[in-house]
Design a protein around this ligand. Structure first.
Ligand SMILES: Nc1ncnc2c1ncn2[C@@H]1O[C@H](COP(=O)(O)OP(=O)(O)OP(=O)(O)O)[C@@H](O)[C@H]1O
Ligand SMILES: [Mg+2]
Length: 492
């Protein structure tokens, strides 16, 4: 092992020299700097393992020096030396990131112990970050499940891009639920910027003027409500990633500004006069055919070409072959564990059905179907009837189709079935909820609480999460609904 190097910053020469001599006895290589400026020079050339700095220095103070060292390399431990009167300053220094402080007059044994501890801590930190990096390299994109060549090809590209610190923007395209958001987050998490921010914005969510303020920030007084200035998301994502989700929905009026921010890597706040340099990687996603929209003039061509320098196209699930089964098993493990079930296998007929279904909602839809099926299943095997899948579009209505769809006697009430909607003409009391048709009860019995939970979930989904509407739909009071949500752990 090479000797550890220590930088001592103190203008009391005699003291500094005796520390140096003492440490040399224990195999440390120490250097002395009489002030902050000299210390910063030595920092570059010697790359010390540990720095001891007096809090009172001529010129730049020990605290300023500490901040500069932390900016240079936050992994270098800095120990602040301080006379009795200035302990408060030392505590402040620790808050600002000093490793520890040491009281003067210096106890050399204490100093040696601190040096050892600081060196050991920074060694462990380095080791950890090394393993983290290696971990990222060895299992690239481990959270993204699938073996199909179509998916692997895209992930291979994504993996290459993730390793680079600087790249042009990345555009991820694919149908809804194909994993665009997941890939964007993984690009960030497995690359060198993983400790820096990942900021996500959905471009559909806001009208153009609010979106502009959100993305670029604004100066005080830029508009009536701008009482304080505000940092925009481009700036907030400094050093990291800005994820522009649903980029196809960004209004034309904002597209020019966006292009400029991306090309010049500068932003100007609304109402501002100065351009600010940014270092932010851009990832955008869309489920629209932006190339065509650009041809048709609905999206700026120059912005499209700028965004699509690196294009990752995520294939739809129906083109990924057996990935459907691999993913189904993955979700089955997850949801069995979540709901305390012991479902371990998928019945062959259910597998065929999963393979035949076209999955318009892709992986997201599959995960919902498996979650529901895991809830419904009772034994170790997930059966066709638990899937509650609609007939695949291709074979819809085809009498010869041998893909079993809804079983005639359900193993459980079909939870995917829509709740009976508005009263049909001739219903007993207009305005009152339609009574649910008597379900055929399976011989094995029914898990009533689960059925209830599932109906409540369905009602909430239909009502877009609005509890009042969902309660009306279910014919119960809002308080009753609240109580049940609690009971089923559906809401805190
Ligand atoms: N290959 C995969 N492996 C594991 N989970 C996946 C995979 N692809 C997608 N998922 C999961 O499926 C869900 C939908 O994915 P995601 O939100 O990334 O899709 P999306 O393409 O962004 O959809 P949208 O266009 O609707 O925003 C998420 O829960 C995600 O974690
Ligand atoms: Mg998404």
């Amino acid at each position: 092992m090479t000797a550890s190097t220590i930088l001592i910053v103190d203008d009391e020469r005699t003291l500094a020299r005796s520390i140096k001599a003492f440490l040399a006895e224990f195999g440390y290589e120490a250097e002395v700097a009489g002030d902050g400026e000299k210390a910063l020079e030595l920092l570059e050339s010697m790359r010390p393992d540990v720095v001891f700095a007096d809090v009172k220095l001529p010129g730049m103070s020990g605290i300023e020096l500490l901040q500069k060292i932390r900016a240079f390399d936050p992994a270098i431990p800095v120990i602040i030396m301080t006379a009795y009167g200035t302990i408060a300053g030392a505590v402040e220094a620790v808050k600002l990131g000093a490793f520890d402080y040491l009281k003067k007059p210096i106890d050399l044994e204490e100093l040696k112990l601190l040096a050892e501890r600081a060196r050991e801590t920074s060694r462990l930190k380095q080791e950890l970050s090394h393993y983290r990096r290696r971990g990222g390299r060895d299992v690239p994109f481990a959270g993204i499940i699938g073996e199909s060549p179509a998916l692997r090809a895209v992930l291979e590209q994504a993996h290459q891009i993730a390793a680079l610190d600087e790249t042009p923007p990345v555009l991820i395209t694919g149908e809804t639920g194909t994993g665009k958001g997941l890939v964007a987050r993984t690009l960030h998490a497995s690359g060198p910027r993983s400790t820096k921010p990942f900021i996500e914005i959905n471009c559909t969510a806001l009208p153009a003027n609010l979106m502009e303020a959100e993305l670029f920030g604004y100066e005080r007084g830029a508009f009536t409500d701008a009482k304080e200035s505000k940092v925009g998301l481009f700036e907030a994502a400094e050093g990291g990633f800005l994820f522009l989700d649903e980029i196809g929905d960004i209004e034309l009026s904002l597209q020019g500004k966006m292009l400029r921010a991306i090309e010049d890597q500068t932003v100007r706040r609304v109402g501002g006069i100065r351009d600010r340099k940014i270092n932010t990687r851009i990832v955008a996603a869309t489920n629209r055919d932006l190339e065509r929209e650009a041809q048709q003039g609905n999206f700026r061509k120059d912005l499209y070409f700028r965004l699509a320098v690196i294009l990752l196209r995520l294939p739809p699930l129906r083109e990924r072959g057996d990935d459907v089964l691999i993913l189904a098993e993955h979700f089955l493990r997850r949801f069995s564990a979540k709901y305390g079930k012991e479902v371990h296998r998928i019945d062959p007929r259910a597998r065929d059905m999963l393979l035949a279904y076209p999955w318009p909602g892709n992986v997201r839809e599959l995960s919902h179907v498996i979650e529901r099926a895991a809830l419904w299943s009772r034994g170790p095997t997930l059966e066709v009837e638990h899937l509650a899948l609609e007939r695949p579009i291709e074979s819809a209505g085809g009498p010869s189709s041998d893909v079993p769809v809804r079983p005639s006697t359900p193993g459980a009430p079909t939870p995917g079935a829509p709740i009976p909607s508005a009263p049909t003409p001739g219903a007993p009391t207009p305005g009152a909820p339609t009574p649910v048709a008597n379900p055929a009860l399976p011989a094995s019995g029914v898990d009533l609480p689960q059925w209830e939970k599932s109906v409540i979930e369905e009602a909430l989904r239909e009502a877009g999460g609005n509890q009042t509407k969902a309660a009306q739909r279910l014919g119960i009071s809002r308080d009753t609904l609240r109580y049940r949500l609690k009971k089923f752990g559906l809401q805190g």
